[in-house]
Design a protein around this ligand. Structure first.
Ligand code: 13P
Ligand code: SF4
Length: 342
């Protein structure tokens, strides 16, 4: 089969995938489902032949998240499972820094990304040279780096963190260095949110997520007042959004909060697919979607996953000189683990 043309649809395929089709029809436009099923079947067949594992971030579209992924989760969960997943080939359905983290934590694995252009505005906002310049300006002050950065930036940092453990990582790194100041990068909004929860003084880089920075406090208030919705927001949102939120946390923590709080109606102030994927797990909850798409996450599609699995293309490579330092920073974060307060 040509890997770039759609595999054939058949009634047999429809019958075999009936439960998945019924699930997807509740999450995406129903007309799209018959277009996805042949690709899902072809990918699952090829995945087995290759002995590959497909990882998908919580922002991946439902046809990927529920159709082909073996491992799903937030940035922390994907990093935690990188080395232990029992396969030599990993396809990362997420953005480039996530694929790099898998490669750093499991350098012997072949890590493929369906689209090399799946970047991140936060990762693009800072280079290793910028970090070295900050270190020269603030000698002796440790650097904590959000995982949404390149391996080269991680390599010159003291520790990574994710939104699931940022406060605890910052505090443990400060204690280890015996200091009251920490350089935190690159997300100024996540940094401001962490700063509110600690006595430490944070020196922030002025990066932002181009998806979350577009949300406003007015939008969040409108959702609460007009729809009587609870507000759940990602900490990459600006402070006026977070001030309106009933819960702020990582993409995985959002699901845990829904489980605990059992709201009737919720506005998910984050990437669009998050609400679509959670709708499957929480059919009793009504989701209001102030919807901003991540253009990078959305570069990942079923045909592109099929293409990289077919020809083992788009292999993610990390420079050997960055692997050791980035590994140290990621391991320092993994030692802290998940600390979401739900
Ligand atoms: P999480 O670590 O919460 O999954 O967030 C990653 C991300 O890129 C959010 O925009
Ligand atoms: Fe990066 Fe924002 Fe997209 Fe997350 S949502 S991958 S932070 S651009």
């Amino acid at each position: 089969m040509n890997t770039r043309t759609a595999p054939a649809w058949s009634p047999e395929l429809e019958a075999r995938y009936a439960p998945l089709a019924a699930q997807l029809e509740r999450l995406i436009p129903c007309m799209e489902v018959p277009l996805h099923l042949p690709w899902i079947d072809a990918i699952n067949t090829l995945k087995q032949e290759r002995g590959a594992v497909i990882m998908a971030h919580n922002y991946q579209s439902p046809e990927i998240f529920y159709g082909v992924a073996d491992i799903t989760g937030d940035s922390l969960a994907l990093a935690q499972q990188a080395a232990t997943c029992g396969s030599d080939i990993v396809v990362m359905c997420g953005v480039h820094f996530m694929a790099e983290s898998v490669k750093v934590l499991a350098p012997d694995k072949t890590v493929l990304i369906p689209d090399m252009e799946a970047g991140c505005s936060l990762a693009a906002s800072i280079t290793a040279a910028d970090v070295l310049a900050l270190r020269a300006k603030h000698p002796g002050i440790p650097v904590v780096t959000y995982v949404n950065t390149s391996a080269a930036v991680k390599a010159v940092s003291d520790s990574c963190c994710t939104s699931a453990n940022a406060v605890q990582v910052v505090e443990s790194v400060a204690a280890e260095h015996g200091v009251k100041q920490v350089i935190f990068l690159p997300d100024r909004y996540l940094g401001a949110w962490v700063a509110q929860q600690t006595q430490l003084d944070l020196i922030l880089w002025q990066g932002a997520c181009e998806v979350h920075e577009r949300f406003t406090g007015i939008e969040a208030r409108h959702a609460r007042e007009q729809f009587d919705a609870k507000i759940v927001a990602h900490p990459e949102c600006p402070p006026d959004v977070l001030a309106e939120a009933d819960f702020v946390g990582s993409t995985t923590a959002m699901g845990k909060w829904l489980e605990k709080a059992k709201p009737e109606r919720v506005a998910m102030i984050t990437e669009c697919s998050m609400a679509d994927n959670l709708r499957n797990e929480f059919p009793q909850v009504e989701f209001i979607k102030p919807c901003n798409l991540c253009p990078y996450m959305k570069k990942i599609t079923l045909p592109k996953i099929h293409a990289v699995l077919s020809d083992l293309s788009n292999e993610v490579v990390v420079a050997p000189e960055d692997i050791v330092g980035a590994r140290r920073s990621l391991d320092r974060m993994l030692a802290v683990g998940r600390r979401d307060r739900v």
